[in-house]
Design a binder for this molecule. Structure first.
Ligand code: ZN
Length: 252
């Protein structure tokens, strides 16, 4: 099996893992491997192995003993598959009269083999639906490039979680920030913020206090997909067929 690290060559099982994690993920809480395994009817051992692979491919964050959360890239794949599923559900249910539950089962097979362009034509044919027959939101588009707003960490509020996208390499304090493990890809959460702009954050398993100046060096993107339609506004659409934009072009 070839191992192209592109969205286009995702295997069905990879897509199903990412989709299942997206559907199980409640806010930013990690999905325990045991729960994921049960939902996918696989052993915890194979779920564990797959999640390690997904982590290597940059699709999930794997926190030992806690579980997995999707990275922006993993989320983009999951949303793309979910959109195909929901569109097929609408077609099967509305046009062919298939029961919603059965429509979802059939759509789960179609979603892995449907080219993006075809899914969009089908969506257009159906009048660009936004809800599935089971009243689930349909992610807004395909050929997704995640261009989330990114802003300095200092712009986050207490309780907000984000993924580090970039650390300003020219600034004083860069070495300190990177030394604290605040590298691109790391998930951070703001625990407290003071009026002077300094903040206490959680990064992985550790907590650190950052001055306002340091917090401004770090660019982040919010992490808050939870399966509801409103949070999908963060996923901005590129032209159908374009590759997802590389979020982290950092060369080092
Ligand atoms: Zn499926």
């Amino acid at each position: 099996m070839d191992d192209h690290n592109t969205i286009e060559s995702m295997s069905e099982s990879v897509e199903m893992y990412l989709l299942r994690i997206a559907l199980l993920q409640d806010e930013d809480k990690p999905v325990p491997i045991s729960v994921l395994a049960e939902e996918l009817s696989v052993s915890p051992v194979s779920a564990n192995q797959m999640c390690r692979k997904l982590e290597e491919r940059g699709m999930v964050h794997y926190e030992p003993y806690r579980g997995v959360t999707l990275t922006l890239q993993g989320e983009a794949v999951a949303m793309r598959v979910l959109r195909k599923r929901r569109i097929w559900e609408v077609f099967l249910s509305e046009k062919l009269g298939v029961e919603p539950q059965q429509a979802e089962e059939i759509a789960c097979r179609f979603e892995h083999v449907t080219p993006d362009g075809l899914a969009e034509r089908l969506a257009g044919f159906l009048g660009n639906p936004t809800l599935s027959p089971q009243q689930q939101p349909i992610p807004p588009s395909i050929g997704v490039a995640l261009r989330r707003p990114r802003f300095p960490l200092s712009g986050l509020g207490v309780g907000q979680k984000a993924q580090v996208i970039h650390v300003d390499g020219d600034a004083t304090g860069y070495d300190f920030v990177r030394g604290q493990g605040l590298a691109p890809g790391v998930t951070v959460k703001v625990l407290a913020a003071a009026g002077n702009g300094s903040m206490l954050i959680e990064a992985g398993t550790s907590q650190l206090a950052l001055s306002a100046d340091l917090a401004r060096l770090i660019d982040v993107a919010p992490l808050r997909f939870s399966g509801s339609s409103s949070t999908l506004d963060d996923v901005i659409i590129a032209d159908s067929g374009t590759e997802p934009t590389e979020i982290n072009p950092e060369a080092s």
